[in-house]
Design a binder for this molecule. Structure first.
Ligand SMILES: O=c1[nH]cnc2c1ncn2[C@H]1C[C@H](O)[C@@H](CO)O1
Length: 396
């Protein structure tokens, strides 16, 4: 049996089926940890590329519980189900309230070397189970550190784990995961909108670790509070351009189209994280279509953060698809949305009329837009063409 098919069969043969994805969409209160789908609900069981997923939004609930126990950290919830209930968003909320969810658990893993390496390793395993063959995972090294970070996040005591060492540990965990699960994983380091003083560190870490798996810089955080890039973010992105570090920016998720314009024109973003509100400025949208700009679309995320209309048939990706735009489908923060990549594809299939052909096309666009060096990108594309039964260089 093909390896991807075999993994899916193992991962989705569970008697606990259909889970929260169904409950969230139908209104039922049934709750399971980490949504799983039955084989019939897996609508694109072929190799996939994922470009927008946060490591700290993709931790296993059980890992949080295990680490808390080992470290003697008391949690309000001590079972996976109770912890899941505390962490996940079940109904559409706001980006600000969604971001508040990280405080439920980040103090458990931050500052802990073993935990950080473990979450990176397990992340790769989870992606392999979803049929992802190439993933770019992002995180803020400062949010996982407890030394050389000001302020020290999550009310931690000062320790000796620096952002620099966090990157090293994540690289190790991802590397071990790659070897164990036979997929490719690279990382993107996030500047945070509300912490401009961290941004120069980020670009320097991108440069330092560019040959150990770090492929790009990102700007994440609450665009609804602050959608114009601070001069320190701008300096970091200027340095990224100067030193050849790839760039993506969260923009137009809840912020206006002008934030997307700034991301592309000032910060020189090569891809846009979300970018839904680009559609509010048709001239900008047309320009970005002409430039073949890549939009990192996260369907379930955009519903639960309140970024988009909860009616998926009105989702901006429906327009992106009609216009043959360059975009990917991504999970964003599967822990908090209690989702997985199959579920995002399922929503696109079920509520937006996506077809197998479109899933293939968007994955090829994703591979073309990834931040791998050209040679590795070609190899990735070749794998997809083969898996999709396509002759190489087929034009879409
Ligand atoms: O969807 C998002 N929009 C903006 N910021 C986000 C989103 N998901 C996660 N983040 C933030 C919270 C994480 O701690 C941080 C780094 O991964 O990025």
């Amino acid at each position: 049996m093909h390896i991807i098919a075999r993994r899916a069969a193992v991962g989705f043969g569970s008697p606990v089926l259909s889970s929260l994805c169904t409950s969230r969409l139908t209104g039922s209160r049934r709750l399971f940890t980490m949504a799983e789908l039955s084989p019939e609900q897996v609508v694109f069981n072929k190799p996939k590329v994922e470009l927008h997923v946060h490591l700290d939004g993709a931790i296993r609930v059980q890992t949080i519980l295990d680490v808390a126990k080992r470290r003697g950290i008391r949690l309000q919830a001590d079972t996976a189900e109770a912890m899941t209930r505390n962490i996940i968003l079940e109904e559409p909320a706001t980006l600000t309230s969604f971001l508040g969810k990280f405080a439920e658990y980040m103090h458990v893993v931050a500052g802990d070397r073993e935990a950080i390496k473990r979450i990176a390793y397990e992340f790769v395993e989870d992606k392999a189970k979803e049929g992802v063959i190439y993933v770019e995972v992002r995180y803020s090294p400062h949010f996982l550190a407890n030394a050389k970070v000001d302020p020290i996040p999550w009310d931690q005591e000062e320790g000796d784990l620096t952002p620099d060492e966090v990157v090293h540990l994540v690289n190790e965990g991802l590397g071990e995961g790659e070897r164990a699960f036979n997929i490719k994983a690279r990382s993107i380091l996030c500047c945070m909108r509300h912490m401009p003083s961290w941004s120069m560190d980020i670009v320097e870490l991108c440069k330092k670790y560019r040959h150990e798996g770090v492929v790009a810089i990102d700007l994440a955080g609450d665009e609804s509070l602050n959608c114009e890039a601070n001069p320190e973010h701008r300096s970091a992105y200027e340095e990224a351009v100067r030193s050849g570090v790839h760039r993506t920016v969260h923009a137009g998720e809840v912020g206006p189209a002008s934030a997307v314009k700034e991301a592309v024109e000032v910060l020189k973003a090569e891809r846009v994280g979300h970018g839904y509100r680009t559609l509010e400025d048709q001239a900008l949208y047309k320009k970005l279509l002409d430039q073949n700009m890549h939009f990192e679309v996260c369907p379930i995320s955009s519903k639960l953060t309140g970024a988009c209309d909860p009616d998926f048939s009105k989702h901006p990706v429906v327009t992106f698809r009609k216009d043959k735009a360059n975009y990917s489908l991504n999970t964003d923060d599967p822990l908090i949305f209690n989702s997985n990549l199959h579920l995002d594809y399922n929503m696109a299939y079920k509520y937006m009329g996506f077809t197998e052909e479109e899933f293939k096309r968007l994955n090829i666009r994703s591979a073309e837009s990834c931040f791998l060096p050209e040679k590795e990108k070609k190899e990735l594309l070749h794998k997809l063409y083969e898996a999709y039964g396509m002759i190489q260089r087929t034009a879409f």
